[in-house]
Design a protein around this ligand. Structure first.
Ligand SMILES: Cc1ncc(COP(=O)(O)O)c(C=O)c1O
Length: 429
């Protein structure tokens, strides 16, 4: 796959889009997040953990309040005004997600609890068609959410699970991927952006290659959807999973975006209210997609509030978001490298990576480092980041990860660098 570059529906270098994108003002953006005005341990909060969950803008908080104050009711089948308002707000979320991702048909948007539930749904429902002799290809940089459901499938259905290896530069070995593909390949599951390395994978190229052997493509968009211009059609994927809470929306709501004709061929994996058409004591028929996959009372208020987050992202423009974060990553890499004592992981080229940096100070355990940084008001994450196989490949037990968002600026990166120097002094380095 020579020349494969940014393939997650990202308009990459040379497209002219970057140069045209309006500049994002992170200080103005910060003012829209009430929590970012608070102090932590006597310091300004420097929130560098957006990859775990993002903070919520005022507009989302207001939308949650508004729903509970004025329109709280269960959705669907209600005839009273509140039920109609709640249903309209819930269904508006589906429409809004479809529009944000340029997905042609909102019937392809399944509203779930998070990206993990979305990936499990595909593994169970599409995986039910697989058996011994069939192969699933994942990659060695997947989050456990896009790994464990496939491991479960190997146990339940005797399917073979293979992994695309990673180069020393922190990118997928695409030659190995090409060689792995065969008519036995039934599913390719890949993250669009690594939550540890930041690597942006060439998903569109990988999807085209997978389709040539008749496989379906499942993309984990948990880290890409909030940070890169992602179009469902441009991606070439059959299924895309992501969580609202990593995209400035509420916790408790996530999405599986799929091609409706494939969803139509899937059996539900969870039974109960909402997902049926007709129930008898001994048999039932299923509702149409996407409702077939939404058993029980959903996260109504959270779903209803999520469009306010997407409005903010669209107001800023996803090209501007990407440009801002790419510049910030370039700056962070340069400053962190200049310290001279960190092991930095992931591609060196900021154009090939998203809004986070993972590193290790060989003298200090990442948990100790994160604790000292917290004392300075700096929130980073330390650990295996739910990617234990990747940690083994990197030869690390844990890393420290600083992840950025639309409100992050160079002052935040400078605070991190000062904090890392202070941590060294604290431990006598
Ligand atoms: C790449 C990636 N995939 C999946 C997930 C799982 O997201 P959630 O916990 O919202 O289901 C995460 C969360 O960190 C992630 O970073």
């Amino acid at each position: 796959m020579p020349g494969a570059t940014l393939g997650v529906g990202v308009r990459g270098p040379g497209s002219g889009v970057r140069g045209d994108a309006a500049r994002l003002d992170p200080v103005a953006v910060r003012a829209r997040f009430p929590i970012l005005g608070r102090r932590v341990n006597g310091h300004r909060l420097v929130y560098l953990d957006s990859a775990a969950t993002t903070q919520k803008p005022e507009a989302v908080l207001e939308a949650i309040q508004r729903m509970y104050r004025y329109s709280n009711a269960n959705v669907h089948r209600g005839v009273h005004t509140l039920a109609e308002e709640a249903t309209a707000a819930y269904e508006a979320c589906r429409q809004r997600v479809a529009r944000f991702l340029h997905a042609p048909d909102p019937r392809g948007v399944v509203i779930l609890r998070n990206a993990t539930e979305a990936l499990n749904l595909v593994a169970r429902a599409w995986g039910a068609r697989l058996g011994p002799g069939d192969e699933v290809i994942a990659t060695a940089m997947e989050h456990h959410s896009n790994l464990v459901p496939w491991i479960m499938l190997t146990r339940e259905r005797g399917v073979t699970l293979r992994h695309v290896p990673i180069t020393d530069g922190g990118e997928l070995d695409l030659g190995a991927y090409e060689r792995m593909l065969s008519p036995r390949t039934r599913i390719v599951a890949v993250t669009a952006m690594s939550n540890v390395l930041g690597t942006i994978n060439p998903v569109a190229e990988m999807a085209a290659a997978a389709h040539r052997v008749g496989a379906v493509v499942v993309v984990d968009g948990a880290q890409s959807v909030p940070h890169l211009p992602v179009g469902f059609a441009a991606l070439g994927a059959d299924f895309l999973a992501f969580s609202a809470h990593k995209a400035y929306g509420p916790t408790g709501v996530g999405f599986l975006v799929g091609r409706p004709e494939l969803l139509d061929r899937m059996e539900p994996v969870s039974g109960g209210g909402e997902m049926i058409r007709e129930v008898h004591l001994d048999r039932a028929t299923w509702n149409d997609v996407p409702h077939r996959f939404e058993a029980g009372t959903p996260s109504i208020v959270d779903a209803a509030a999520f469009p306010a987050a997407l409005d903010l992202l669209e107001e800023l423009g996803m090209d501007a978001v990407r440009r801002h974060e790419e510049e910030l990553v370039a700056y962070a890499l340069e400053r962190l490298r200049s310290l001279g004592f960190l092991r930095l992981h992931g591609p060196l080229d900021p154009a090939r990576r998203g809004a986070l940096v993972s590193f290790v100070d060989p003298e200090i355990h990442p948990h100790d480092q994160a604790q000292v940084l917290d004392g300075l008001g700096i929130a980073v994450r330390a650990g295996h980041h739910c990617a234990q196989p990747l940690m083994r490949r990197l030869g690390e037990v844990a890393t420290t990860r600083a992840s950025f968002g639309i409100h992050t600026d160079r002052d935040d990166v400078d605070a991190l660098v000062d904090g890392l120097l202070a941590t060294r002094r604290y431990f006598g380095g």
